[in-house]
Design a protein around this ligand. Structure first.
Ligand SMILES: Nc1ncnc2c1ncn2[C@@H]1O[C@H](COP(=O)(O)OP(=O)(O)O)[C@@H](O)[C@H]1O
Ligand SMILES: CC(=O)N[C@@H](CCC(=O)OP(=O)(O)O)C(=O)O
Length: 258
């Protein structure tokens, strides 16, 4: 089986022009089939505040009313996605930008309004890989933003970490699928303020203890839930760390196992 790398980058890389340029230049050298997934939550928050639109996050997820949906569509599917695709083209990496509506690639259900009404937020129901496979077979790299659709004309905001794990699961029967979450720290840390305290391996059991001891909190909680969801659904490899882990085997990072 061929290897497919699904790589998610967070706000720390997107918000820093030099870091993004360096990452995309390195990413372009990856020779195996690959899919890039990007977030952009921080930029959406900044723009919403400039436009005097209230920003409400609950458990790391954005409450998405109509105005917020318009902003995130402009920011995620527009500014960020198109800039990344243009920079990949500059690095001779042929790429095409996607939301889940494009090619009907990711269909979601509107998240139930109870216990918390998240507004236009989607829970992934189905990943359609056919169109993406045609691209991958022709050495074209899909670049996904954090937007899906409900197949009834409604766009839905969907966490980028979830998009990455669901894509990885969707491809797991066809490729040896590897999922990489790149963010600003070296991995999951014993002490969040000490980048040298990387926990190199987390399994289902040690995860429970780490949560109980509050070593893991905030955004890392949904990220790790996505990791375990993927590793329990045939994804071969799941890693969290700085993007350098993709290019240098000696860089410490966290690997998730069952
Ligand atoms: N044990 C931990 N190790 C590393 N980060 C942690 C840990 N516990 C909580 N976090 C927090 O999780 C955040 C990463 O989650 P998030 O902001 O959602 O990532 P992303 O940048 O990919 O969107 C880190 O910035 C950190 O504040
Ligand atoms: C529903 C929901 O919360 N969606 C996220 C999507 C963006 C994202 O996930 O961006 P990062 O990976 O940079 O945090 C949001 O709007 O913030």
């Amino acid at each position: 089986m061929k290897t497919l790398k699904i790589i998610k980058i967070g706000g720390n890389i997107i918000d820093n022009e030099a870091a993004l340029q360096q990452f995309l230049s390195d990413f372009s050298t990856i020779t195996t089939p690959k899919i890039l997934v990007h977030g952009g939550g921080k930029l959406a928050t900044k723009l919403a505040q400039q436009m005097q639109v209230d920003v409400k996050m609950v458990d790391g997820r954005r409450i998405t009313d109509q105005e917020t949906l318009d902003i995130i569509t402009m920011v995620y599917a527009g500014k960020i996605n198109k800039n990344i695709v243009a920079q990949l083209q500059a690095n001779n990496c042929n790429a095409i930008g996607f939301s889940g509506a494009d090619g009907n690639t990711i269909v979601s259900d509107l998240r139930p309004s109870k216990p918390i009404d998240y507004g236009f937020a989607g829970d992934v129901k189905k990943v359609n890989t056919e169109t993406l496979e045609i691209l991958l077979n022709n050495e074209i790299t899909p670049v996904f933003c954090a937007i899906t659709h409900d197949k009834n004309g409604q766009l839905l905001n969907t966490n980028a970490d979830t998009i990455a794990s669901e894509l990885a699961i969707g491809f797991a029967s066809k490729y040896n699928t590897e999922l990489y979450y790149c963010f600003e720290k070296n991995g999951v840390l014993k002490n969040v303020n000490n980048d040298h305290s990387v926990i190199e391996n987390i399994n289902t059991e040690s995860y429970k203890t780490l949560v109980e001891n509050k070593v893991i909190f905030e955004g890392m909680l949904p990220k790790l839930n996505n990791c375990f969801h993927a590793i329990n659904h045939q994804v071969q490899k799941v890693c969290i760390g700085k993007s350098d882990m993709l290019f240098d085997k000696n860089i410490k990072h966290t690997t998730i196992t069952k």
